[in-house]
Design a binder for this molecule. Structure first.
Ligand SMILES: Nc1ncnc2c1ncn2[C@@H]1O[C@H](COP(=O)(O)OP(=O)(O)OP(=O)(O)O)[C@@H](O)[C@H]1O
Ligand SMILES: [Mg+2]
Length: 345
């Protein structure tokens, strides 16, 4: 408790200490046992990637194939692998990551960062201030609390936020909306706000685009269509195909083989990762507002998400032509570096 006549320095010091993690605010982000998220942990991390951080976009068709589940799971697992990670909720149809991770969110999050970026006032310190420190190595920029606030996510500002994110975290994982339509250009003579412009900006900016597909016939059909739209709209993007919610039942025979063959045949894409359906695990995570690693650490879905994160952590951040910092690519790796696609046989 400060005396009523405390001088400004003492007040400032008390505030700094409170924000830095007094017990009522949650533990310090540097504490590896940290359990409670902290908004705007004050310190910039000592080790930063100096603009070399990579951006991984998590995208996929309509029908809730599991974009958010994969984005949250991959970001959490990356942080547990010791990779400094920023998770960004960029869903222009309304963000849910705050709720999924049990954050009582009243922070301006990604929209706040985009606003600062548009005004030319965003730097790493501001980005840290707007992000939740959920655990060591994992910060989260929450999304739009209401879907009708999508005009706050201007495409150019979104690009600037991601540039700054590259300076803050080794990997920035972005949960994107499904829709790529760009109708406004047809309907308006003047430059109209484009709802899906933010999604397109993220996909263009990303080093790696994960396309998340469901595993039943309807979901597969949607994925085939969506991959066609992605190819038409952003021909430089070479997505890494991830099939989620794989289970026996909705497709005959061996689901992996059948799904793999269908996507190869009708979308011309090889499936790189299969993630199992594991409702018990996702329900446990949702019920507790925690990640799968915390709520269901031994679940099959968590194990596969960790493998996906480990594979992503190997992707180099350097422009094409540089040496591979993490050793040469292995079989099956897909590395996309700024429009230069490298599929490793
Ligand atoms: N592998 C899985 N096994 C079981 N349930 C899953 C799996 N992946 C996702 N789910 C569940 O499916 C539902 C939709 O997942 P999620 O919210 O991640 O999808 P989305 O693609 O982000 O959807 P939206 O279009 O709403 O953004 C959630 O209830 C989630 O817990
Ligand atoms: Mg989602």
């Amino acid at each position: 408790m400060l005396p009523a006549d405390a001088d400004p320095d003492a007040i400032a010091q008390a505030l700094r200490e409170a924000v830095a993690g007094a017990p009522s605010q949650g533990r310090d982000v540097a504490d590896p046992r940290a359990a409670l998220p902290v908004l705007g942990a004050p310190e910039l991390p000592e080790e930063r990637p100096a603009g070399r951080g990579r951006v991984v976009a998590v995208w996929g068709p309509t029908g809730a194939p599991g974009r958010t589940t994969v984005a949250v799971g991959v970001a959490d697992e990356l942080s547990r692998l010791g990779v400094s990670t920023l998770l960004v909720d960029a869903d222009v149809y309304g963000g849910v990551i705050a709720q999924v991770l049990g954050l009582l969110d009243e922070s301006p999050g990604f929209a706040g960062a985009a606003r600062l970026a548009a005004a030319g006032n965003l730097d790493a310190q501001e980005l840290v201030r707007l992000a939740w420190a959920v655990r060591p190595q994992l910060r989260v920029l929450t999304g739009l609390a209401r879907a009708d606030r999508w005009p706050e996510l201007r495409p150019r500002a979104v690009g600037t936020v991601l540039e700054e994110a590259r300076r803050l975290a080794e990997v920035t994982v972005v949960d994107c909306a499904f829709n790529l339509e760009d109708d406004e250009e047809l309907s308006f003579d003047t430059v109209a706000p484009r709802r899906n412009g933010a999604t397109l900006a993220v996909l263009e900016e990303a080093d790696t685009v994960l396309c998340i597909s469901g595993a039943d016939p309807v979901a597969l059909q949607r994925s085939i269509r969506a991959l066609g739209e992605l190819r038409d709209g952003l021909p430089d993007v070479e997505p890494v195909l991830v099939v989620n919610q794989v289970r026996r039942g909705p497709v005959p025979g061996d689901p992996r083989r059948e799904i793999g063959e269908a996507l190869e045949r009708f979308a011309g894409r090889e499936v790189r990762f299969f993630l199992p359906a594991d409702r018990r695990a996702t329900d446990a995570a949702l019920a507790s507002g925690r990640s799968l690693a915390e709520a269901a650490p031994g679940s099959s879905l968590r194990v596969e998400l960790r493998a996906l994160a480990a594979a992503l952590a190997d992707v180099p951040s350097r422009p094409a032509g540089d040496a591979w910092p993490c050793g040469p690519p292995g079989p099956g790796d897909v590395r996309r570096v700024r429009g230069h696609d490298r599929a490793v046989a």
